[in-house]
Design a protein around this ligand. Sequence first.
Ligand SMILES: NC(=O)c1ccc[n+]([C@@H]2O[C@H](COP(=O)([O-])OP(=O)(O)OC[C@H]3O[C@@H](n4cnc5c(N)ncnc54)[C@H](O)[C@@H]3O)[C@@H](O)[C@H]2O)c1
Length: 344
Amino acid sequence: MRYSVYNFGTSQQRAAIICLLFLCLLAGYHLLQPLLKYEINSKTKNEEKLLKNQREVLSEITSLKKKINELEISLEQAEFRVPKTFPNIKFLNYKDRKRILVTGGAGFVGSHLVDYLMKEGHEVIVVDNFFTGRKRNVEHWIGHGNFELIHHDIVNPLTIEVDEIYHLASPASPPHYMLNPVKTIKTNTVGTINMLGLARRVNAKILIASTSEVYGDPEIHPQSESYWGHVNPIGPRACYDEGKRVAETLSYAYAKQEKVQVRVARIFNTYGPRMHMNDGRVVSNFILQALQNESITIYGHGKQTRSFQYVSDLVDGLVALMNSSYSLPVNLGNPIEHNIDGNL
Ligand SMILES: NC(=O)c1ccc[n+]([C@@H]2O[C@H](COP(=O)([O-])OP(=O)(O)OC[C@H]3O[C@@H](n4cnc5c(N)ncnc54)[C@H](O)[C@@H]3O)[C@@H](O)[C@H]2O)c1
């Protein structure tokens, strides 16, 4: 029996098959529609997510740009404060150039000593806890290749390689050293032991900044270095006076026992730029009152005498003493005394 493709059943059968096919298509369309809708929805959702992400990234970029701008402004301000050019310094070859530690180098005297040593061409390391010292006293050297500033309290040991140590760290004016008497004693005793120990370990020469206050309330005038002083060991100033006396005693003990090369400077009243305005002593009191257009206060009869040395003269004296071979204590001050009311 032979069938033709075109000879497929009767016309009713063909119509039924076409109807069936149509119904299948209709059912398929209804079945597929939710799937198509789902696909379109998820596509839209993805696009929305993408847009949201883009918006987040854009806002992050904007806030980062803002932060960068702020950083650039503060960098510019910092650059403005740090000078691009440094004060002129001498050139020293490596044999003559020394590594010098100045404790208390951010203070009044210390910062002038740092200026001197830097200008001479040495490498200078300042160690300071900024109790009375200020960074701005040495900020003109920050960034210089020969200069280093270390925030450190000398009551804690320090390990560093140096050739010389100028040990100046200690509050110097009565309101400062009486604020925390125990700390003043620690700085002058434990701190001095730490510096003498460092000098011994690295074989460095050390100069101790002592004071005319080791003579206390002296019974003789002027005081020569051989005078032993007249000190009240329990008075309000004892933390400083006795602290410095122990610092001297320690220096000579290390010199005798450990062969450390020590120099001891007994510094008298000093004045000059960068001295503390709240120093409590006569020079700063007079200047402050004059600047505020107030009457100048003189305590007592005004006939009491004082001597004042300018800070650069003191620095010359400190350097000359360090470079000398003289190891006993040396008074550094102005030998000429003035009445307090003398020039008014
Ligand atoms: N200025 C004077 O008329 C005078 C007189 C006699 C003696 N001295 C002596 O000279 C030295 C310098 O005096 P100044 O007038 O420059 O005083 P200052 O207060 O200006 O400087 C002292 C510096 O030592 C720092 N310092 C204090 N304790 C420290 C610690 N524990 N660790 C690290 N750093 C510390 C301070 O922050 C400050 O920078 C002192 O030892 C002082 O006793 C000064």
